[in-house]
Design a protein around this ligand. Sequence first.
Ligand code: ZN
Length: 363
Amino acid sequence: MINRDRIVRTFLDLVAIESPSGAEEAVAAELEHRLRALGVDAGRDAHGNVLGRLGGEGDAILLSAHMDTVEPGRGIKPVFDGADIIRADGSTILGADNKAGCAVILEVIESIQEDGGAHRTIEVALSRGEEVGLMGARNMDYGRISAKVALVIDSGGPPASIQGQAPFHHTYDVEVFGRSAHAGLEPEKGVPAITIAAEIVAGLPQGRFDAGTTGNVGRIQGGLVRNAVPDYCRIEGEMRSMDEGAVEALQGRAEAHVEAVRLRHAEARIEAEFRREYPGYQLTEDDPAAKLLYGVLREFGMEPDPHPVGGGTDGNIFRGHGIASIVFGRGGYNQHTRDEYLVIPELLDCARVVERAVRKPAG
Ligand SMILES: [Zn+2]
């Protein structure tokens, strides 16, 4: 049975191990050790993600959470009111995002191992670097994952709070290669990369285009010194939309604009790279992951509450690899702030829901 004291202790233990993005080694070792102690065949992939498998009946189901936390996330001193709330002391984040997700996965497996009885084959993916661009999920060894359905335990609020819609995310880099020259002696011999980049920036999609479609130029970098015509400038930007057609149209406009500037400036070399970072999705009731989770939530008397979100999670990357994924709440609030807190009854609800889901026969 899901055990309140045990999951709280696990959570506090995990929070005590610092794991800001890029420095997840200690917590990864601890999680790998704990999974093995629970009988899970666990190890690390080449990127350092913790992957595990516990044999059971039927097709595998993937349970996933990320191991890293945002800053300020060092020296976290959780404050437990002894009742239902664990919060940070105000000097750091709490790290319930996403140590709470990791604790849920450990508790579910421990509960299943202690009670016995049928369950699906469980695969576990604990990722690194989720908070800095989904790096762990991007570099995960998918050869070791057979599941076609994933429960991604990584959202705020109660388990019925579901990320029902997430945007398609496209990014780009544009590089302008000009020619440097002394700015005072012979500027006419130069090809000013920054000036050409400015023409490009001026026509790139920025701001909001409709309720679900946005664009941004987030970074430019170029030039070395005040008194030289700059020979290089780099532009980094992004576009997001809930609608695949809209983000592709936006990218098409951006590419056409870069091409127009390129034609005007044959003296410069302009290189542009546009890419899809991850696909968006809109959950429907017949999506395999939604079907499973919605059914379990309703068994517990909780009505699924899907809502749109503005960013991606590991779930978007998993979907790009053909794994139907649903991202839902594990009791955290005010994530990424010093006011972050965790509501223990909702954490327990999440664990009960996940346990029920892995005990349901596949199909
Ligand atoms: Zn998270």
